[in-house]
Ligand binder design. Structure first.
Ligand SMILES: *Cc1c(COP(=O)(O)O)cnc(C)c1O
Length: 436
């Protein structure tokens, strides 16, 4: 598998380099040079296959020339240690529940797969350090993802006082190789410190540094697997004539899920159309409607993981369609929702269908309801567990979710090293922790 940069100013690379550097040197995002097409016969048998079996077929097609099949099998088995049920919500509408992983959000899938690929490439070297800045949820997913991957040191920088109790507890995975670091500053300060580390030649001569952030191609690839899986489960339930009738709705922020869906479609997934749900940060929906992509400052909403004003994966999507708005806007439609709309969708779905949703899933369902036509079947991505935002669920539906979720961590309330916004302080930690 060769990968090129969407900016096309730096050379194509192999998977190892794309994974271990994240961003291309020219600032572009890596994309696979060749997207293999899955034989149509695969879709005739898909309804009997497990998510692991489907993931293996797709991953082996993409990565089989770089990683041997037995290892790919192991990596996908270790990634999917939880179910991804497809739940019927209404006639012709299904919820793909992606929130049964260790941190109760779909980001577990990408983080677990990426951790294992990095583990594969670093095995035995003892020199690989992964740095990531988090403003909330991705820190927990990365910590849980790397927990069982030996030999990789992971540093998670988070802004002091900005994480919820649960988000903080999710960092305490009690594994020697995951190091949360509390920074007395903002998320931007955390990101600046990470950038400084990447720019430190001395550090880089001693260790191989990489990032587990969301633009890494190996967080994206595994997200394709569950689009195939959803189609397979549906094909098993709705015996005939599924082909060409399925619409998939995606609650979108940085557009990772949409990009993965489009890659799956390129590989042959018979989806008729995708629907993007935005909150009021609707630069993507604006682009789909007008053909103009105009980034802007994000504002805070109830669906906060979608509060993105300049979605990074737009460059991958534009690249896939050679920048041509026509075909993109025929395949992908968009709808945007205010906080009130999102809460109304949560409330309606509970009263009409007795089904609880978090705000992200609720926006995707709203978009599906607004887009779907007679004769079509819709699947929306439920990206986070409703109990993660029990207060909001209670406000919208009156339901008090009793059982609080358990954090993946086992050592609650662990003390993390606390540093000021000083690269010297970070460097000290980076150079004084060894493989454990
Ligand atoms: C990250 C996230 C999203 C947005 O996904 P993208 O792939 O960035 O578009 C939606 N819902 C939840 C719960 C998330 O954590």
């Amino acid at each position: 598998m060769k990968l090129y940069s969407t900016n096309r100013q730096s050379p194509t690379v192999g998977l190892r380099e794309a994974v271990m550097t994240g961003l291309a040197p020219d600032g572009g995002l890596y994309m696979p040079e060749r997207i293999p097409v899955i034989p149509a016969a695969f879709f005739n048998n898909i309804s009997g296959m497990s998510v692991r079996d489907i993931a293996f077929v797709v991953a082996d097609l993409m990565l089989g020339d770089e990683i041997d099949s037995a290892e790919i099998r192991q990596i996908v088995n270790d990634t999917f240690t939880f179910d991804i049920p497809l739940v019927k919500v209404e006639d012709n509408i299904y919820s793909l529940e992606l929130f049964h992983g260790p941190t109760y959000a779909f980001k577990d899938v990408g983080a677990r797969f990426l951790a294992r690929i990095i583990g594969h490439y670093s095995s035995g070297s003892g020199k690989v350090k992964v740095l990531v800045a988090t403003s909330g949820d991705s820190g927990g997913a990365v910590a849980a993802g790397f927990k069982d991957v030996p030999g990789v040191e992971v540093y998670i920088l988070y802004p002091s006082g900005r994480l919820s109790r649960m988000q903080r507890e999710q960092l305490d995975v009690a594994a020697g190789a995951v190091h949360p670091i509390e920074v007395l500053g903002t998320f931007d300060d955390c990101q600046r410190l990470v950038k400084e580390a990447f720019g430190d030649g001395e550090l880089r001569s001693e260790f191989e540094l990489t990032s587990a952030n969301s633009i890494n191609i190996c967080r994206l690839l595994p997200q394709m697997f569950y689009f195939f899986h959803a189609y397979g489960v549906l094909a098993g339930r709705e015996a005939s004539g599924m082909r060409g009738r399925v619409v998939m709705s995606i609650p979108s922020g940085n557009l990772g899920n949409l990009t993965a869906g489009l890659l799956a479609w390129r590989m042959g997934l018979p989806v008729k159309r995708f629907v993007v749900a935005n909150n009021v940060n609707d630069v993507t929906v604006d682009y789909l409607l007008t053909g103009k992509f105009i980034p802007r400052r994000a504002v805070r909403t109830v669906a906060c993981a979608m509060d993105v004003g300049n979605p990074s994966n737009i460059s991958r999507i534009l690249d896939m369609f050679a920048g041509d708005h026509g075909p993109i806007s025929r395949l992908v439609r968009g709808h945007s929702y205010s906080d009130d709309d999102i809460l109304a969708s949560m409330s309606l779905t509970y009263s009409a269908d007795s089904y609880l949703l978090d705000p992200h899933g609720a926006s995707a369902l709203a978009a599906l309801r607004d887009d779907i036509k007679e004769g079509e079947t819709g699947i929306f991505l439920a990206t986070a567990h409703p109990a993660k935002v029990a207060h909001t669920v209670c406000d919208a539906t009156g339901v008090e979710l009793k059982s609080p979720l358990r954090a993946a961590g086992t050592h609650r309330g662990q003390q993390h090293p606390r540093i000021s916004v000083s690269y010297e302080a970070l460097k000290k930690i980076l150079t004084h922790t060894t493989n454990g």
